[in-house]
Design a protein around this ligand. Sequence first.
Ligand code: NAD
Length: 290
Amino acid sequence: MFGAVVVGLGIAGSVRIRDMLAPLPGSAAEKLLVKGFISRRALGPQQGVQQVSVEDALSRDDINVAFICTENESHEENVRQFIEAGKHVCVEYPMTLSYKAAVDLWVLAEEKGIILHEEHIELFTADFKWLKEKVQGQNLQEGTLHFTGGSLKPRFGFLAFSGIARLTWFVDLFGELTVSSAAFEENPGNSYSKMTAKLLTADNRPLTWIEERGPGLPRAKNINFRFDSFTLTEVPPPASRGAVGLFMQDLVNFGAKLSGQVPPEEMQREKRRILHCLSLAQRIQDLCQQ
Ligand code: NAD
């Protein structure tokens, strides 16, 4: 069994506690036992779980795993602290707000022989699974993914990093990419921001990623993918919600890694995809801020 601490008790952190208290029966998620949570606020027990101090969590022998569920800006520091203490880490995406920091953390994790896992629930969604099936074996001509959502919360970083889930969709669907251009506009007065990144697939097919956030914008993904023989402009609503929640699926995956059930080649593939996406996010940010 792996004793776990949850750092940051917002939406994601609370779901992590809930899922560990009722893991999917018969799955590797049962290997995780929540021992406490860390918050900057002094809180009473949450869902029956006690608050612990950072010092306790880092030094206790019965705590072997940390879930980093804080705002994106503090991921890097939190992840480093727990890796240095020899604890396995599951961090909600994005792992860091810079490519270099992610590479450094991965080197550190490998030196320490611990598991570093970045959550990517977007790859478990019905939308993504539907798209993946449609795209399989097709010849892309060009594509656009336009994400809209409410204003970005403070401390969540630049759009290319906070929206890494969209980039991960692109890379998982179309392979490794290069960035050809990127532009950014904002109106800080009303918390509006928009990023437009132009990317190219390995066979030079253009992809456009637009991340647009502002007050009142609906949370939506608009797609337009043109293939040789058809065009996809929308993802149909799923027939039913999956029986197993998205964060639970991620927990099962992380539990399987901790238990040595995931082949090393698969872990390496995942690491490569994650670092590739973070390197694209870095390039886009650099171009936007030039
Ligand atoms: P949130 O704002 O609801 O929660 C963040 C929490 O972390 C807050 O309660 C804050 O007080 C706490 N916190 C910040 N710094 C801390 C520190 N040093 N020590 C202890 N607590 C600290 O945000 P959220 O939606 O839960 O997102 C958290 C992370 O999960 C983000 O990285 C986000 O990208 C990722 N994520 C969230 C979702 C989701 O559905 N909410 C989905 C995928 C990924």
